[in-house]
Design a protein around this ligand. Sequence first.
Ligand code: NIG
Ligand code: FE
Length: 413
Amino acid sequence: MLITNIKRLIGVDNERRSAPLRGAEMSRLGIVEDAWLRVENGKISGWGKMENIPSSGLDEIHDAKWGDVIPSFCDSHTHIVYAGSREGEFEDKIRGLSYEEIAKRGGGILNSADRLQLTTENELYRQSMERAREVMAMGTGCIEIKSGYGLTLQTELKMLRVIARIAESVPMRVRATFLGAHAVGRAYAGRQGEYVDMLIRDMLPAVAAEGLADFVDVFCDEGFFTPSETDRILENAAKHGMRPKIHANELAVSGGVQVGVAHNALSVDHLERAEEAEIALLSKSDTVATVLPGASFFLGMPYGPARKMIDRGVAVALASDYNPGSSPSGNMRMVMSLGCIKLKLTPEESLNAVTINGAVAMDCAVNYGSIAIGKVANFIITKPLPSFAFLPYAYATPFISSVWLKGKKVSDK
Ligand code: NIG
Ligand code: FE
């Protein structure tokens, strides 16, 4: 198949890159103007200028009508498997309660855990699939989904099985993360240490035995899990081959960055706060710093110092954090725009942060995150746009014309 009449083919990558772009490299963005793109067996097999268009041997031609083509989004941090929604807490926040206060009153994560407990696996799958289809239509082609609203052995397994079913049902690439240490389950209230013991003794081996998780995550933050608990969980998860992705520094400087880097985490995420020493540590490590500007926007929290991180040589990714409590949206176009508007990333840096660096943060950049020969043919075709910077600038204009995953059109506007 050949896509013709592409105004700008964006994210072109001659190296089939699988390492993150860090620091100044994040401004690099391959763009070919007046281009065609060839897809064979669901993979990218070539591109060129319209003046040299291949003439024979093609079954199918799709005219991009002088729109742009960009790689599909790689959303490396989401919690889209949940039951119901939490707009009641949204109203509480409008009236002045903080995220921590709501959590202390039994709202927050435990509220979602209560609902999930009462929801059948089929119903949970149905609700979550709606979100999966929603984000696919908005251009996400590769997504990480976490457990963490179960908080008992059986309900965590239920969530992870739903993630596995989603992975089988959609053309998106899905990566699963076990986040049993998202909060202390109600049955263990006041006995956090025993919950961690149970997680290590019962949950980790059961999750591993069913092969349900690629990665492990811990909410290492004030009022949640401590760095030493996190350390124990990560040490045991490593025995089951699960690499960490850590929630750190959302509510306070938590020590989560240090413990994550010490365990060779794929990413440390949130980072609304990050001190010089942590930024220096990240700049020397292979760990991606994943900033979640949608959570800052929704909760009115500080925005992470992504600009400073890039200036210091860190590999920064941006992700949606799609979840019912702190970021009820998986719109990666919005995330990319917040990257520019609030984090002061350039449009090039922001696009790299939501594509190739996101792919690295879920260990699938060999096949996703850029327009490279041999990578999976996942891309978005836009309506005709005046320039590349229009992409994050026109943050709510519905300019996506179609989304293609594995070389097939999944959505048409
Ligand atoms: O990434 N911070 C921890 N976990 C989620 C929010 C979970 C919730 O409020 O339901 C987050 O923001
Ligand atoms: Fe999160």
